[in-house]
Design a protein around this ligand. Structure first.
Ligand code: GMT
Length: 378
């Protein structure tokens, strides 16, 4: 099958999922065309069956805002015509589903039917998409997609509740390639970051307000009073400065290490003892799954899809948003004893196996085949 994937090319989870999906599909013999404004960060272009088409937005003095949707839909039309694309899969509704719909309409005029699968990732529904500024367009895009998927059962419920939509939504959870984690990393050297007696606690995010960065530092502050530990903060974003200031004022400057955006996530997670994700909202929590695949237990909130990923008392613990004391107490429960920590590490890995890519890719393929086979597109 020849398909086009539209996604954000940055460090966010939706782009990572789209890239992993496209790469896996290409390995299974499908021809995959990524259409976005920059090469996705985790995309290996030198792969058989993978193409990348950059969307360029022409600047013009009259434009206060650059019309990205227009450029994207035009690019999609060109790519579909040139390569005979059979199906479009857009990740993150805003503005991708909207641009995809416009491309569909332009192609329809030329007698070309292009079915569209839209995958909802979280904030496109729960935060941004729900805002009155975007809601009518997002509702329209959802209702006019041929197939809509959500990355968790929780996000499906949120979509139905917030958008009052009768559209059927298929839950296809996010996934991870577990074959990459079956063998130990050769360069998993914790001494580059910590002293032997220190536990290594890690947080990874885009450091936006929903991630509650101050909670991360405050949880660590409580834990660090009880046992030797360091905190590795991976990523960058608007909340970083405030959290960094807090850590310095709390006397934790040398204990909290800010490493910025990283392409070495697995190298960091493989020597981590605990992962913190105290988010306000999280449709799935891909970073938590990546931690678990690296045998790192997770302390998270119980919001959104997190309880589906992080099994309370098994792969870690979940708490109400903002309950810093409980999250710190649970972190200590896991970290205080080597045997307990090892037990949680193994359980986190076993839980991650439920989301192995081998179980999820066939679900997408089945959806693609059913939409292609539907009479509408024969
Ligand atoms: O966080 C965002 O604003 C967007 C998005 C992204 O691109 O990273 O994150 C969402 O999609 C991820 C992949 O499906 C999920 O793992 C994240 O939980 C979800 N973020 C939120 O719901 C806040």
């Amino acid at each position: 099958m020849k398909l086009a994937i539209v996604c954000y090319p940055t460090f966010g989870g939706s782009g990572v999922v789209a890239t992993m999906l496209g790469t896996a599909l290409a390995e299974r013999g499908h021809e995959v065309h990524f259409v976005t404004y920059k090469q996705p960060v985790r995309l290996d272009l030198l792969s058989k069956n993978i193409f990348f088409h950059e969307v360029n937005v022409e600047e013009y003095p009259l434009f206060h805002y650059q019309p990205y949707e227009l450029a994207l839909s035009s690019k999609l039309v060109n790519v579909v015509q040139e390569y005979g694309i059979e199906l479009l899969h857009v990740h993150y509704a805003i503005p991708h589903a909207y641009a995809g719909y416009m491309a569909q309409q332009m192609l329809k005029d030329q007698g070309i039917r292009l079915p569209m699968v839209t995958t909802l990732h979280g904030t496109d529904i729960t935060l941004v998409g729900n805002h009155p500024v975007y809601k009518p367009a997002v509702t329209f895009s959802i209702n006019n997609s041929d197939v809509v998927t959500s990355v968790s059962a929780s996000l499906k419920r949120d979509t139905i509740a917030l958008f009052d939509s009768a559209k059927q939504i298929e839950v296809v959870p996010n996934f991870i390639d577990m074959s990459l984690y079956k063998t130990e990393f050769k360069d998993c050297d914790r001494t580059i970051m910590a002293f032997p007696q220190e536990r290594i606690i890690t947080h990874i995010s885009n450091m936006r307000p929903v991630k509650r960065l101050l909670d991360v530092v405050k949880i660590f502050e409580i834990v660090e009073k009880q046992l030797p530990a360091i905190l590795i903060m991976v990523g960058d974003g608007p909340e970083r400065f405030v959290a960094e200031e807090y850590a310095i004022k709390a006397g934790l400057k040398i204990k909290v290490k800010w490493v910025g955006n990283s392409t070495e996530i697995d190298r960091i997670l493989c020597f981590s003892d605990l992962f913190l994700l105290p988010s306000e909202k999280e449709s799935f929590g891909l970073a938590a799954l990546e931690a678990m695949a690296n045998r790192t237990p997770v302390i998270s909130t119980n919001t959104g899809g997190l309880p589906e990923v992080n099994e309370d008392g098994v792969s870690g613990y979940i708490s109400d948003v903002g309950n810093i004391e409980e999250m710190a107490a649970n972190a200590l429960k896991i970290l205080k004893d080597d045997q307990v920590l090892n037990h949680f590490k193994n359980a986190a890995f076993a839980k991650a196996e439920q989301y192995d890519i081998l179980k999820i890719i066939p679900q997408y393929e089945k959806l693609y085949h059913s939409v292609l086979a539907s009479t509408k597109y024969l």
